[in-house]
Design a protein around this ligand. Structure first.
Ligand code: HEC
Length: 131
């Protein structure tokens, strides 16, 4: 019995710790909250259809896609993005990009930054659902 109690206590403590460090890293994004955050993206991006907007590539299916490969936006991408070798299947890289696009892709034409780490984590979780 004692062992069971101890094991449970350790499990709970471990869980709480994992939760905290996840929050500190701005991870554990919530797709529902991310949907609200993504309202800031639709000025420039379609999220619900594959068509590019004049102002930006479609983000439908962007998770897992190589950077700079929306065919409809091909002629409009800025310098560097197609050659970057970046693939949007890495949360940390996408997080950095949303914080400051130019820090990931020099010469990026995305004139938008999302300063709040929790909002970035949430919107990334939401982007993953756009298939
Ligand atoms: C002011 C317009 C604008 C806003 C707002 C904006 N973006 Fe962008 N975004 C762009 C442009 C322009 C590009 C193309 C960048 C380039 O050519 O270097 C881009 C590119 C991207 C890419 C790379 C796509 C690809 O095909 O490789 C991602 C991912 C992205 N944006 C995510 C977002 C998210 C998520 C938001 C909202 C939180 C957002 N953007 C808000 C203009 C915008």
């Amino acid at each position: 019995m004692r062992k069971v109690v101890l094991a449970t206590a350790l499990l709970l403590a471990g869980g709480a710790f994992a939760e905290l460090s996840a929050q500190e890293r701005g991870k554990g994004g919530d797709p529902e909250r991310g949907k609200t955050v993504a309202r800031q993206c639709v000025a420039c991006h379609h999220l619900d259809k594959p068509d590019a907007k004049p102002t930006g590539p479609s983000l439908l299916g962007v998770w897992g896609r190589a950077a700079g490969t929306d065919p409809q936006y091909a002629a409009k991408y800025g310098p560097g993005i197609k050659e970057s070798g970046v693939v949007w299947d890495n949360e940390e890289i996408l997080d950095k990009y949303l914080e400051n696009p130019q820090s990931v892709i020099k010469g990026s034409r995305m004139a938008f930054r999302l300063a709040d780490p929790q909002k970035r984590a949430d919107v990334i979780a939401y982007l993953k659902t756009l298939k």
